[in-house]
Design a binder for this molecule. Structure first.
Ligand SMILES: C[S@@+](CC[C@H](N)C(=O)[O-])C[C@H]1O[C@@H](n2cnc3c(N)ncnc32)[C@H](O)[C@@H]1O
Length: 252
């Protein structure tokens, strides 16, 4: 009974605002009898961070979220500090991105940002499951895969003719050392020369191995490795562990 009421309410109220009902591949949508909103034109002018704020991903400097307020004892629509990784993604020349691989898609918020920002790219969204991801857009492809499985990743590369053709990898999946390393070892060699590999949310207590591996610059064909701090820390969000973003650039 409770489940039925919940389902009914969710159908009636757009409570979870990450779900857009409009078709984002269209140039406009029609509303209130004959009014048309040409949103696509303006969408293409937004910066990477603006898109992250709009589509509510934690790559943004801040974003809107429904959170439980323990003092008010109810859910409230609020603003939450994000990692601010957007500043690093916006350094990438968007005209050069033709194939982007996202590991960990969840509800598709970042996939939507990639899709809107890198208009000329094909976006491969990799995840174990897409049950929470209702989003569809022409330039993105959902791939059900376990990022830990190197053989499956190799098959994904072959099937999609991505050998040495990936321009950007955004890793935001399981966040376990073995998963991160296995994916990197298959996908990095298939980056094009000068391509980028972003590894998000590396936390020292959980990912010391990954942190030290990249700090030690162990891998071949690497032009540069940057380890930068996310905006999330004690001063921006009390109790938040310090997250790091690792940016690996492939040699030209
Ligand atoms: C933090 S969420 C991704 C959020 C998304 N990148 C965004 O910013 O909107 C992590 C996702 O990784 C996926 N994941 C967890 N383990 C995985 C695995 N072994 N292989 C592929 N995806 C995995 C989860 O299902 C989840 O959807």
């Amino acid at each position: 009974m409770r489940e039925t009421i919940k389902k009914f309410l969710l159908r009636k109220i757009p409570f979870y605002s990450k779900y857009y009902d409009i078709d984002l591949d269209k140039n406009f949508h029609t509303f209130r009898t004959q009014k048309k909103s040409y949103f696509r034109k303006d969408l293409s002018k937004l910066s990477f961070n603006e898109l992250c704020i709009l589509f509510k991903t934690d790559k943004a400097t801040l974003y809107e979220e429904v959170i439980y307020d323990t003092k008010l004892k109810k859910y409230v629509r609020s603003l939450v500090t994000g990692h601010g990784y957007s500043q690093y993604y916006s350094r990438v020349d968007k005209k050069k991105i033709k194939n982007l691989v996202e590991i960990g898609s969840f509800e598709g918020a970042s996939g939507l940002v990639f899709s809107a920002y890198f208009r000329k790219a094909k976006i491969y969204c990799l995840d174990l499951t897409f049950k929470n991801n209702k989003l569809k857009y022409k330039n993105s492809i959902k791939v059900q895969i376990d990022q830990k499985n190197k053989d499956d990743l190799k098959r994904f590369i072959t099937k999609n003719k991505l050998k040495n053709k990936i321009d950007l990898v955004s890793e935001d999946g399981a966040h376990f050392n073995e998963h991160i390393i296995n994916s990197f070892e298959v996908l990095f060699p298939n980056l094009r020369k000068g391509g980028y590999y972003f590894i998000e949310d590396v936390i020292l207590t959980r990912n010391k191995k990954v942190y030290e591996l990249f700090k030690g610059k162990k891998y071949k064909n690497v032009a540069d490795i940057e380890i930068v701090k996310s905006n999330l820390n004690k001063t921006t969000q009390s109790g938040a562990p310090q997250n790091y973003l690792i940016i690996v650039k492939k040699r030209i």
